[in-house]
Design a protein around this ligand. Sequence first.
Ligand code: DGY
Length: 378
Amino acid sequence: MKILISPDAFKGSLTAMEAAIAIEQGVHAWDDTIETVKLPVADGGEGTMTALVEATNGRYVSVIVADPLGRLISAQYGVLGNGTTCVIEMAVASGLTLLQPNERNPHIASTYGTGQLIQHALKQGFKDFIICLGGSATNDGGIGMLRALGLRLLDVHGQDIPPTIDGIFELATLDFLNWQTQLAHCHIRIACDVQNPLVGENGATAIFGPQKGILPHEIARVDAALTHWASIVEQHLHIRLHDAVGAGAAGGMGGALIAFLQGTFQRGIDVVLQTMQYEAHLQNVDYIITGEGQSDAQTLYGKAPMGIQQLAKKHHIPVILLSGMIPQHAQQPLRAQFDYVVAIVDGDITQEAAMKHAAAYLQQRATKITQLITRAAT
Ligand SMILES: O=C(O)[C@H](O)CO
């Protein structure tokens, strides 16, 4: 029997590779003659760069950039095994995990550091980019990134506006004199699993602002700042970001990539599976085990396990979903899609325990399910 092991990260507990190792140990604890292949995946958010670089035997490039609050940090981007495609994960330079909870402040947090990563890659001559969005600490509409790429944002007096949300209200015009012209020759794919528009009740600020530190009474003002930004973009580029699908990803950086870098969105898991040439690994595979920290309705809308399930279905390979936690209401719809659905959290194991001892529980669950499928096969 051959099992392909392809979990996403169990966020807050295990990286995708750690989860894959735990599952593999669980499988072999039952039967160590089973052939296993570990191919951890990601959905376009955090961990995507690592998954793609590792799967393609690529490399990392380290650059000193500004974190969301302007402090210098060493951040990396990936170059895939083909030597020509760069993977930039915005959270690496502008992510929420770079800040302590009391430092979260999207009024000043900036995507400038992500722009510096892109700028560095451009200087090395790269033209093919996968930019992964999600997990941002920012709500700046991607303005910081655009500044790093040479865009000037000016007030009515021709002065640079302050790099803050409030500063956006002073924005009157854009100056492209120092803009990185080679961007026009680049191919930019945006890997992301969020479709929110830039502004409004489903926009970046209303939906993702609170987790970054925007207080309920501030939402309307911050949303108005991004609305003003979108209007200026529309005047200059004739592209309407206000309600554009995905423009609200990563605090509006999705919109900046659409309008200024001609980026095109692709479902994160599809970019990952395509880049990994996942289908080529499906030869003679009897089962796939996938997994994630929590499975719910979002899983069905295209998170990593669902992308795998859809591909596996084409090849008639059964898929086992091993999840940290599955809310009651999601159990039935998930069972309708996956051949086996197993959660760590159950009547005996709490969420806290599951997160603390994720590897051990995952291993146990993998052993049990392997026992079940090997028995079913005999
Ligand atoms: O970064 C964010 O704002 C969320 O992860 C959605 O993209």
